[in-house]
Ligand binder design. Structure first.
Ligand code: DAK
Length: 256
């Protein structure tokens, strides 16, 4: 199976499983990733989605270059739209997602990591958008998500010069949340448990509000925040959280 979806405690774990090609994204794999996201959406009891690559060399070396050649123009456009649409599904999942970047995350692989809510890197992780070397530019969201995360200047440098960024620098510039020593999956589970006990509706509203910060004006963004924070206030979990504070006990959230 080139993509496997399993359970790991209270989390879903998606593994890109094509290590002989450094987990490169064929269109078939892209579709399977999309189907896996749909499946995760139907698992009502998971608290987060972890994504990683099989093997110790690569998270994902990008779109399958061999497959990208000699396609009709409109097929290329549909291919880019497919990749964009699949990665955008991560935003609509009710649970946060976490990329566990174990080695190369190039091109489409970096774009998959960028589409996740969080990124955790192993010390040997390397990020790059090297499409320019192929006479291409990123097609699965990289030109839009990278500048939102690390700023336009740094994003332009990575995209126009193909300079890759190792784990330590990635952490310094905010491309990853942390670099994990030791077992990356264990570190990922520990990271995910830092949010997984909170109310899912609150986590979702917060993600939506923060996402809007990157693509709207301050005035509109504040309006979105006012609306979503009011919605959060109306949940049972908010009532429970505030009651628990007053009663000096741990809240018991029910995701309602
Ligand atoms: N695609 C296909 N195969 C790949 C691959 C890739 N992206 N990356 C690696 N492989 C394969 C290699 O061909 C090799 O296979 P065999 O020759 O053994 O059969 C195997 O994986 C191991 O790779 P290497 O032998 O090259 O391993 P090294 O350790 O020497 O080098 C590397 C590792 C990651 C530095 C190197 O493999 C590399 O530079 N890979 C390519 C990285 C890259 O350029 N990624 C970006 C791809 S472009 C779109 C528009 C744009 C895009 C997509 C869609 N549309 C308009 C539809 C662009 C997307 C991209 O991601």
């Amino acid at each position: 199976m080139t993509v496997s979806l399993t359970r790991k405690d209270e989390f879903a774990l998606l593994t890109l499983n094509r290590p002989e090609a450094l987990n490169a994204l064929s269109f078939d794999i892209l579709r399977r990733i999309g189907a896996a996201f749909d499946e995760v959406a139907s698992w009502r009891d998971v608290r987060g989605l972890l994504i990683t690559g099989a093997g110790d060399k690569a998270f994902c070396a990008g779109a399958d270059i061999k497959e990208l050649r000699q396609r009709e123009l409109m097929n290329q456009k549909r291919g880019a739209e497919l990749g964009q649409a699949v990665f955008a599904r991560l935003d609509r999942l009710r649970v946060p997602s976490l990329a566990l970047v174990n080695g190369y995350a190039f091109g489409g692989g970096a774009e998959l990591a960028l589409a996740c809510t969080f990124r955790l890197a192993s010390p040997n992780a390397v990020f790059g958008l090297p499409e320019i070397k192929l006479g291409l530019i990123p097609g699965y969201g990289g030109t839009q998500r990278l500048p939102r995360l690390i700023g336009e200047g740094r994003a332009l440098e990575m995209i126009l010069t193909a300079r890759s960024v190792k784990a330590e620098e990635a952490e310094r510039i905010g491309l990853v949340n942390a670099v994990a020593e030791g077992d990356l999956l264990e570190a990922g589970l520990a990271f995910a448990r830092r949010f997984s006990g909170y109310s899912l509706p609150a986590l979702e509203f917060a993600r939506r509000a923060v996402q809007r910060a990157g693509d709207t004006t301050l005035v509109e963004g504040l309006q979105v925040e006012a609306d979503l924070s009011t919605l959060a206030y109306r949940t049972r979990d908010a009532e429970e959280g505030m009651a628990a504070f007053e009663e000096r006990r741990k809240p018991e959230f029910t995701d309602g």
